[in-house]
Write a new protein. Structure first.
Length: 367
C-alpha cells in the first residue's frame, strides 16, 4: 500500500510540475500587431474573439477619420469610399513552447488604441483582383459602433483602404489579402485577412435615377441613370449649363455625374483667359449621336474639349435658337468655354510653351 501511495503521489507531483512548466506567461506588453482579429467583449488584455474583424466605412460627413456606426461589412460601397479595419496588439505567451514569438490564439490581445505605447503599424497588401491604396491611420470609432470591450469613443490604429474612383456604370471587384506588423518583416509574416468586396460607381447609393424620360439632372446629385423604355428622344438638361438632345431608345444605364469645377491644372496652361468648365465625370458614351448645347453669353466665345494635354478643337457651331454652341457627339467628355482663343499655353518653369491645334480651326467652325 505504501508503495502504491508513493507512486500515486509521485505521479501527482509530476503532473503538477508539468502544469507549472507549461502555464501561460504574459507580461502585458505588446509583442506584435495583427489585422483581421478582434478581442472578445472583455476590456483590456483578453482572449481573441472567434469572429473576424469587420470592415467599417469612414463617414464622409466628418472632417476627421470617424466611423459612426452607420455602416459596415454589408454596406453598399462606392468608388472613392474609405474603409477602416481596426488593428490589435498581441501579448505573446512566453511559455508557449515552439509557438513563442509567433501569434497564435492562445496569446492575449487588445485594441491598438492611441494610448498603447508601441511601434507604428506597417500594412502589406496583395491584390489578386483590382487595386487599392492601403494606409495606416488613427480612426475614431464612436461608441455606437459597438466594438468589443469598448464603452466609449476611442481612437484606434487602423488599416484604411481607399477604393479607386469608379466613373463607369458597372460595379468593380476588389479581392486580395492584407497583413499587419510592427515592421516590414513582421508584416510579411503576419496573419492574412481576406478582402473580397464590390464597389459601385461613384454616388450610387444616393444618386440613382430610374426610368428617366428627360429633364434636369443636378450637379452633385446625379450618378447612374437608367432610361424609360418608351422615352425615345429626350432633352437632358444639365441645369442652365448645357443640354443634350439624344434618342435613348434601347439605351443602357449610364453614369451621368457632372460638375462645373474649375480645372486648376488646365487653367494654369492658359492663365490669360477667363474659363468656364463642364465635366462629365463618367465620360458616358450613348448608343446614338445627339446634339450637345453648351450655353454661352454670345458667339464671341470659344469652346474646346479640355484634355490633359490642353485645349482640343471641337466641331462646334453657334445655334442662335439655343444661344449655345452645338456639338454633334455620342460621348460626353470635358469642355471649356473661353473669352479668347486658347492658341498658346502659358510658359512656366516646368514646361515650355506649345500650341494646340484647337485655336487654329475654331474661327472657321464657329469655335
Amino acid at each position: 500500500m505504501k508503495k502504491i501511495f508513493a507512486l500515486a503521489l509521485a505521479a501527482l507531483m509530476t503532473a503538477s510540475m508539468a502544469t507549472v512548466a507549461f502555464a501561460a506567461s504574459f507580461d502585458q506588453d505588446p509583442d506584435g500587431v495583427q489585422v483581421g482579429i478582434q478581442p472578445d467583449a472583455t476590456a483590456g488584455w483578453t482572449a481573441a474573439d472567434g469572429a473576424a474583424t469587420k470592415i467599417y466605412k469612414l463617414s464622409s460627413d466628418r472632417a476627421e477619420n470617424v466611423v459612426d456606426g452607420a455602416s459596415y461589412n454589408d454596406t453598399l460601397y462606392e468608388g472613392g469610399n474609405r474603409l477602416a479595419i481596426p488593428l490589435i496588439v498581441w501579448d505573446d505567451d512566453k511559455a508557449g513552447g515552439d509557438k513563442a514569438g509567433k501569434y497564435d490564439n492562445a496569446d492575449k490581445v487588445m485594441w491598438y488604441t492611441k494610448d498603447v505605447d508601441y511601434k507604428k503599424p506597417v500594412i502589406k497588401s496583395d491584390w489578386k483582383v483590382g487595386e487599392a491604396d492601403v494606409t495606416v491611420e488613427l480612426v475614431k470609432y464612436d461608441d455606437s459602433v459597438g466594438l468589443n470591450g469598448l464603452s466609449s469613443d476611442e481612437y484606434i490604429w487602423s488599416a484604411v483602404i481607399t477604393l479607386p474612383e469608379n466613373k463607369g456604370s458597372k460595379a468593380v471587384d476588389l479581392a486580395g489579402t492584407i497583413k499587419a506588423g510592427s515592421n516590414s518583416t513582421s508584416a510579411k509574416k503576419g496573419e492574412e485577412m481576406d478582402i473580397n468586396l464590390t464597389y459601385q460607381p461613384d454616388h450610387t447609393d444616393a444618386n440613382i435615377t430610374n426610368e428617366f424620360k428627360g429633364g434636369v439632372l443636378t450637379s452633385g446629385k446625379t450618378g447612374i441613370v437608367t432610361f424609360d423604355k418608351t422615352a425615345g428622344e429626350v432633352d437632358i438638361d444639365f441645369e442652365d449649363v448645357a443640354t443634350f438632345t439624344v434618342d435613348v431608345d434601347g439605351q443602357g444605364k449610364l453614369n451621368l455625374a457632372w460638375n462645373t469645377d474649375f480645372d486648376k491644372e488646365f487653367g494654369a496652361k492658359y492663365d490669360y483667359a477667363n474659363l468656364e468648365f463642364i465635366t462629365f465625370e463618367g465620360k458616358p458614351s450613348f448608343n446614338k449621336t445627339g446634339s450637345l448645347y453648351i450655353y454661352a453669353e454670345d458667339k464671341n466665345t470659344f469652346v474646346y474639349e479640355a484634355t490633359e494635354d490642353g485645349a482640343k478643337a471641337v466641331d462646334a457651331k453657334w445655334n442662335e435658337d439655343y444661344e449655345a454652341w452645338e456639338i454633334k457627339t455620342r460621348k460626353l467628355t470635358s469642355y471649356v468655354l473661353s473669352d479668347v482663343e486658347l492658341d498658346k499655353q502659358t510658359v512656366t518653369e516646368d514646361t515650355s510653351s506649345s500650341t494646340t491645334d484647337g485655336g487654329k480651326e475654331n474661327p472657321d467652325t464657329g469655335r
